[in-house]
Each structure stands twice: as structure tokens, then as C-alpha cells.
Design a binder for this molecule. Structure first.
Ligand SMILES: C[S@@+](CC[C@H](N)C(=O)[O-])C[C@H]1O[C@@H](n2cnc3c(N)ncnc32)[C@H](O)[C@@H]1O
Length: 280
């Protein structure tokens, strides 16, 4: 049964948008510029209608009430932008394959724990591309102490990512060789990542701008195309925290339009466009 949707447009005022801007900032560190007022209406009004509420004001009162915790999660999901793609910004995957894997493989063979973090994984194309890259360099990697941690604040995209199932029309960017090696036809028009590849990533909901409930460090961190939604202060604080979690000599990959303004203070050296190496 589908949820009935009220037909009239819910009331949406400047004050509602300001409240949404404050919520996005407080809950996720996301800056919603004034130019996004209409976009936010388009994304959030669906929920307001589904809940049969007449106004954003009612919706926000509910969302911020003690019984609105689940709805707050849905609100955050609706305001995130999740554009991604397999092997997006290919230079990072080339660097991982040619510069990182040759030194990681002997370390793994010695039995050392090794981790890569996809820190805003969206619907999973990024961590699955990492998995295909490392497995391409070292097919037995699943037998070693290696994992990809894939996280995102949006619980809906994390669930999709963890499923590891994509339609034929979503596979753009995956070379034929990798399609043949790692994707299996599920007989229902979709393709599913193979059992051997599924050992590598683990998926979790995580807000980058809140405390991280795990210890440990990473050889490589992908944090791409997410800080564009944050203000300068939030960005710099995040770069510093990510750098603390990088092993000496580890690598941070950032999005094509991003840079680490406080790289020196973070102990990071910019070795190529959008690639940083932790000193040491
Ligand atoms: C444009 S996508 C980028 C996906 C992928 N990294 C890439 O480059 O293709 C941005 C992702 O950042 C996530 N995001 C936004 N704010 C976040 C936060 N505070 N903590 C964690 N993830 C966040 C969004 O949910 C979205 O999936």
C-alpha cells in the first residue's frame, strides 16, 4: 500500500529555510547556501506530504522533537548530494595501483593489518572501485588482514552500497576486464559483485563531523567531493582529523575541485594534483 500524499503544496517560508540551514550545519556540517532554497524544497517537500503535514514549520517541529529522531535521519538523507561513479577521478585508482599496492603487498604478506577508508562512499561506486583495484593488483588479498572501511552519513546510500548490486546502465567506468572478473549477472537485469570481492569492504553510517567510533589508522583515505559542502573551518578541522588517522607515508585523495589548505599544519605534502602524502 502506498502512503497517501496530500495534494496541496506545503507552506515553505524563509524562516523554514533558515531553520533547515541551521539543522544541516549542526547535524552534518553541511552549508546550504541561499541559492539552494528551491532545491531544498524539492527534496524535503516529499516527506512533508507523505506525513500529511500542511507546512515545513510543522514538519520541522516534529523532526526536532524527541520523537523525531528517525525523521531527522531521513531529513539529513534528503539534503545530501550523492553523485558518484565507478573509477571516478581515475588518477587516484591509477596511483593506488601503481604507487601504493607495490609497497602494500609485501606488508600484507608479512601479516600486517592494512586498511583503506572511503570516507564519503555514497552509493558504493568508490569503495567497490577500490576493491576492484586492489584485487586486480593482488588477487589473494581476501586471504590477508585487509579491509576497506566505507562510510557515509546517509543511511539510505550506505544500504545501497552494501548491497553491491547495480543495474547494467550504472556500470559506466568499469572496464570490460573488471566486469568479467568481478560482476555476476543476477538473472534479473542487475549485476552483483562477486563473493570474493565482497570480503573486502565493510559499510557503516558515519558523520565525518562527529566523533568516530573506531580506532586504528589507514594506509589510504579517499575523502572526495564531500568537503565542497562544508565551510572552511569544518574542512580544515576534518583534514587535520583525517591526517591523524593516516599512517606515516600514507595517502589522502581529495576531489578534483578540493585542496587541503592547511596541509603543512596537518603534516601532509601535496605530491600531485589532489594527492597528499603523510610525512614520515
Ligand atoms: C558527492 S558524494 C561523493 C561520493 C564519492 N566520494 C565520490 O567522490 O564519488 C558526497 C557524499 O558525502 C556524504 N556526506 C555529506 N556530508 C557528510 C558528513 N558530514 N559525513 C559523512 N558523509 C557526508 C553525502 O551523503 C554523499 O554521499
Amino acid at each position: 500500500m502506498t502512503t497517501p500524499i496530500t495534494l496541496s503544496a506545503p507552506e515553505y517560508t524563509d524562516a523554514d529555510f533558515r531553520r533547515l540551514q541551521a539543522i544541516a550545519q549542526e547535524q552534518a556540517g553541511i552549508c546550504l547556501p541561499d541559492t539552494k532554497k528551491a532545491l531544498v524544497y524539492a527534496r524535503v517537500s516529499r516527506r512533508v506530504r507523505e506525513l500529511q503535514m500542511a507546512s515545513f514549520s510543522d514538519y520541522l517541529a516534529f523532526t526536532t522533537s524527541p520523537s523525531g529522531t528517525v525523521e531527522m535521519e531521513k531529513l539529513i538523507c534528503s539534503i545530501t548530494t550523492n553523485v558518484t561513479g565507478f573509477f571516478r577521478e581515475r588518477n587516484h585508482f591509477d596511483h593506488l595501483r601503481t604507487e601504493v599496492m607495490p609497497s602494500l603487498i609485501p606488508v600484507l604478506r608479512q601479516g600486517k593489518k592494512t586498511r583503506i577508508w572511503s570516507a564519503a562512499c555514497s552509493t558504493g561506486q568508490e569503495p567497490w572501485s577500490i576493491a576492484m583495484t586492489v584485487a586486480g593488483s593482488f588477487p589473494e588479498i581476501g586471504n590477508y588482514d585487509f579491509r576497506i572501511l566505507a562510510t557515509d552519513i546517509n543511511s539510505e546510500v550506505v544500504a545501497r552500497a552494501a548491497g553491491g548490486i547495480y543495474g547494467r546502465d550504472e556500470l559506466e567506468g568499469i572496464p570490460e576486464r573488471e566486469r568479467g572478473l568481478y560482476l555476476e549477472d543476477d538473472g534479473a537485469g542487475s549485476l552483483s559483485f562477486s563473493v570474493s570481492l565482497r570480503k573486502l569492504p565493510s559499510f557503516k553510517v558515519l558523520n565525518l563531523n562527529a566523533p568516530w567510533p573506531f580506532r586504528g589508522s589507514f594506509s589510504v583515505i579517499f575523502c572526495r567531493n564531500v568537503v565542497i559542502y562544508f565551510d572552511d573551518e569544518t574542512r580544515e578541522a576534518l583534514w587535520a582529523r583525517l591526517s591523524e588517522r593516516l599512517e606515516p607515508g600514507g595517502f589522502l585523495y581529495v576531489g578534483h575541485s578540493e585542496r587541503v589548505a592547511n596541509a603543512t599544519q596537518c603534516g601532509l605534502v601535496n605530491i600531485a594534483p589532489t594527492i597528499y602524502r603523510k610525512e614520515g
